[in-house]
Design a protein around this ligand. Structure first.
Ligand SMILES: Cc1cc2nc3c(=O)[nH]c(=O)nc-3n(C[C@H](O)[C@H](O)[C@H](O)COP(=O)(O)OP(=O)(O)OC[C@H]3O[C@@H](n4cnc5c(N)ncnc54)[C@H](O)[C@@H]3O)c2cc1C
Ligand code: FES
Length: 355
């Protein structure tokens, strides 16, 4: 089964000066998605393959596949897309992945709160549109942080949605540099601002699920504030776009004999219904690197523990997972690991990419 599929670009439009929205038509493969999921693209840059993930910004019922890509200063893939892509071009991408979602399952009557920063709006937009379409009595509050008015992605679309869903969709723009009528809406989203928002603008007690997607320091602050104001861990879902700062606490997938880092491991990999085994050192290379070295087409993108593209289930043995910015606690408890961050500890491990 080919992991990457070809998509044709059928529309390109600039949502702001530094970001494009691409509409994509799959030529093969199943690109049905769950709101909040992302696509992983690959492209060669001077002989080096880069893989980058971009969240789908279309709602489930929009009938299209769209991603919004913001240009990062000095960034290879995002700059290339923003400066070079045009209608008719073809891109290669893996099928939709990720578990940044809840709602949209016709549960109805719920209250959702989302915080997005900059390009972190993309999965939130998909979730927001899906929830408002599928849950006619649910409400959604979006707090969207940007540097200034000119950097608000999807500004007009959000305005249209607000008008379409009057009384059900509330949008609060927080702008770092541009001043607004209400002082609270200017500056950075910090703990103090969250506390004031929860006091005057957001009925935090009625919130069923909160989503956060944006720069990591902002996400950590908001997540803490939400918890301080009564939300439980499993009511908060977050998606990280980059791993500049330390994120979620490092977690071990299994109980670990910390000294057991020498010698080799017999690794067995289950993928696409077939099983392959190889010997790998316990130190020096990750499980993902060893699998690729042994000609297994294991999925990956960021290789930094951020995106979860390399997620698999540990069926047997012990590993040490040195970073985890993507898996939720319950997934780790069920034995899921990020293979790009795992080193074997036991003599034998069995890992399943198909679950
Ligand atoms: C699950 C997920 C979903 C995402 N969804 C979106 C989305 O919907 N929209 C979006 O815009 N982004 C999204 N991202 C982020 C995206 O995947 C990329 O990380 C982003 O576009 C930057 O990629 P790039 O190739 O342009 O930059 P890179 O080339 O990776 O560079 C990133 C930064 O590092 C710096 N840098 C690069 N090389 C060096 C070096 N050698 N030394 C010092 N600095 C260096 C660059 O200057 C730049 O500032 C998502 C990420 C994840 C994990
Ligand atoms: S490849 Fe992104 S978390 Fe492993």
């Amino acid at each position: 089964m080919a992991r990457f599929h070809t998509l044709t670009v059928t529309d390109v439009h600039k949502t702001i000066r530094d970001a494009v929205v691409l509409t994509l038509a799959p030529t093969d493969g199943d690109f049905d998605f769950v709101q909040g999921q992302y696509l992983t693209f690959r492209r060669d840059f001077d002989g080096e393959e880069l893989r980058r993930s971009y969240s789908i910004c279309a709602g489930k019922d929009d009938g299209i596949l769209q991603v919004g890509i913001k240009r990062v200063d000095g960034g290879a893939f995002s700059t290339w897309v923003n400066e070079n892509i045009s209608v008719g071009d073809q891109l290669e991408a893996m099928q939709p992945m990720g578990s940044f979602h809840a709602g949209g399952d016709k549960t109805d009557g719920k209250s959702y709160l989302a915080f997005a920063g900059g390009s972190g709006i993309t999965p939130v937009l998909s979730i927001l549109k899906t929830v408002l379409t599928r849950e006619p009595t649910s409400e959604f509050t979006l707090v969207y942080a940007n540097r200034g008015v000119s950097s608000i992605m999807f500004r007009e679309e959000l305005e249209d949605l607000k008008n379409l869903y009057i009384g059900r969709l509330t949008i609060i723009h927080i702008l770092e540099t541009d001043s607004q009528d209400i002082d609270l809406f200017t500056g950075r989203v910090d703990a103090e601002k969250c506390a004031l928002l929860f006091k005057h603008w957001v009925d935090i007690k009625s919130v069923d699920t909160a989503y956060i997607c944006g720069p990591e320091p902002m996400m950590l602050t908001i997540s803490k504030s939400l918890k301080d104001h009564g939300l439980s861990e499993d009511q908060i879902k977050f998606e990280l776009f980059a791993s500049g700062q330390p994120g979620r606490a490092k977690r071990k997938a299994q109980s670990v004999d910390a000294g057991n880092h020498t010698g080799t491991t017999q690794a067995t990999i289950v993928m696409d219904g077939s099983t392959r085994s190889f010997t790998m050192p316990k130190d020096g290379e990750t499980l993902l690197e060893a699998a690729i070295k042994n000609d297994i087409d294991a999925p990956f993108s960021c290789k930094a523990g951020v995106c979860s593209t390399c997620r698999a289930k540990l069926l047997e043995g012990e590993v040490e997972m040195v970073a985890n910015h993507a898996l939720e606690d319950y997934e780790v408890e069920q034995g899921y690991i990020l293979t790009c961050q795992c080193y074997p500890l036991s003599e034998k491990i069995v890992v399943d990419y198909d679950q």
